[in-house]
Design a binder for this molecule. Structure first.
Ligand SMILES: [Zn+2]
Length: 459
């Protein structure tokens, strides 16, 4: 057996940092074996400290389909009829027709690199591309999960792998379409996949395997019952109420709306993440908040697909928790997700600072702190700057023109609304500095590998 390699402790000094209890000045973090071993506040920098202006807990990306990065920007041409989520989905199905496990690894690696560069340190990969090109099972049921894990290792991002159960083509157990052949599994194959996925992620530090019933249209009530025991102690993620047609189909099938049906029929608690939850009544919004589950909001993708706008003010007023996700990965940008979340509400309600949480409060701080906390909850980790936590940290460049002369909450307001991703300087993931000066350390080789995959895919 190999001896465990113990890295020497490293110290980072931040002039100011956003801690669990709020901003602190003169913060020294001692990192050891990927975790924060000690925190000092109100201290002066010492010899040997690596010094930065502003430190934040890195953000969790609660919802990603990494393979869709490959089609980003290629579904923006108007079709012959009305374009919608459903026409986009046809284009997405076509894009996976030729993707091999090695292509998936290369595409996911690029997406994960870009996530790190924008300030995400961990991703919830909602992974449903399970079968081979012709729809036959791979000899290893976890072949594609292994590819995702390899991509996470290459890019150096934290992984909560969410293998997806996808059995049906519509509400009421409709048979899947041929274009869905690569996603489809029965419950027995899925339970085997979960076991194998546990083995696949073992090589990554603090990786987690969760469970993801794809949606109420792709999983039956019986399957929810069979998954019950496995869902108790893991993150559970599900797509829900993203589209009006989905709500109408659910009503026709069950007499209930999707969020209503789920909360009435399945034991939903704080380990759950309901992705999108766009179309809810006031009663559903309050009930989801009460459940303690996280709403997984993906503002860029929801805007790109024309989904609608999440009822964020009512949800937050009821004590609801949210995280943000890059979903289709049409653009990967943490600050932009948060900005668009707020801007959607401003456009809808014709008011400003909708999600600040009260008079005099900073919108940037509320968005960032809430999304960081809710995102970590959804991915099953405690991503805050605290002793014992993973050393997942970002530093912002206070020399950026948008951030000059800012301190405390004003930094977050300027980062999210003025400077954006340009202001991200360094990103540490599990104690390792993977992004320096806004650039991933392996950017060159990851991009070259992606280009080779793309040539195979579209060549
Ligand atoms: Zn999704």
């Amino acid at each position: 057996m190999q001896a465990k390699i113990v890295e020497p402790a490293q110290t980072l000094f931040f002039d100011q940092a956003l801690m669990v209890e709020g901003w602190a000045a003169g913060v020294r973090l001692t990192l050891c074996d990927g975790r924060i071993a000690a925190i000092e506040r109100d201290c002066l920098p010492a010899a040997g400290d690596e010094r930065h202006g502003c430190g934040l807990p890195a953000m969790s990306n609660v919802h990603s389909h990494a393979f869709q990065r490959e089609m980003a920007g290629r579904a923006e041409r108007s079709g012959s009829n009305v374009d919608s989520f459903w026409t986009w989905r046809e284009a997405m199905y076509a894009s996976v027709d030729r993707m091999t496990p090695d292509d998936l690894r290369a595409v996911a690696s690029l997406a994960y690199m870009e996530m790190l560069e924008s300030g995400f340190s961990r991703v919830g990969e909602f992974h449903y591309l399970h079968r081979d090109i012709d729809g036959a099972p791979f000899a290893d049921v976890a072949e594609m999960s292994v590819a995702i894990t390899a991509a996470a290792a290459e890019a150096g991002i934290g992984l909560t792998l969410l293998p997806v159960l996808y059995s049906y083509g519509g509400f009421g157990g409709l048979p899947p379409q041929p274009a869905q052949r690569r996603f489809i599994q029965d419950i027995d194959a899925y339970l085997r996949l979960l076991e194998e996925a546990e083995g696949a992620v073992r090589a990554l530090p603090d990786a987690i395997v969760g469970i993801a019933p794809h949606s109420l249209r792709a999983v039956s009530p019986d399957q929810f019952r069979l998954l019950g025991p496995a869902m108790k102690h893991r993150p559970v993620h599900i797509h829900i109420a993203e589209q009006i047609r989905e709500v109408e189909d659910c009503l026709a099938w069950s007499g209930r709306r999707p969020v209503e049906w789920l909360l009435d029929n399945v034991d939903v608690g704080a380990n759950w993440c309901l992705v999108h939850a766009t179309h809810m009544t006031e009663a559903e919004t309050a009930a989801l908040a009460r459940s303690g589950a996280v709403a997984g909001l993906c503002p860029i993708t929801e805007a790109n697909l024309g989904d609608g706008i999440f009822p964020a003010p009512a949800f937050l007023a009821a004590g609801g928790r949210f995280g943000i996700g890059s979903d289709s990965n049409v653009r990967i940008d943490c600050a932009e997700e948060l900005r668009l979340l707020e801007y959607g509400q401003r456009l809808l309600h014709r008011r400003r600072n909708m999600l600040a949480g009260g008079p005099g409060r900073s919108t940037g701080r509320a968005l960032y702190a809430n999304a960081a906390r809710g995102g970590a909850q959804a991915l099953g980790v405690g991503l805050q700057l605290e002793v014992g936590g993973a050393a997942d940290i970002i530093s912002l460049d206070l020399g950026h023109p948008g951030l000059l002369d800012k301190s405390g909450d004003a930094i977050l307001d300027a980062y999210i609304f003025a400077a954006g991703a340009d202001a991200v300087d360094c990103v540490w993931r599990y104690g390792e500095k993977v992004v320096v000066g806004g650039r991933h350390r392996r950017r060159g080789e990851i991009v070259a590998d992606y280009i080779r995959a793309l040539e195979r895919l579209i060549g």
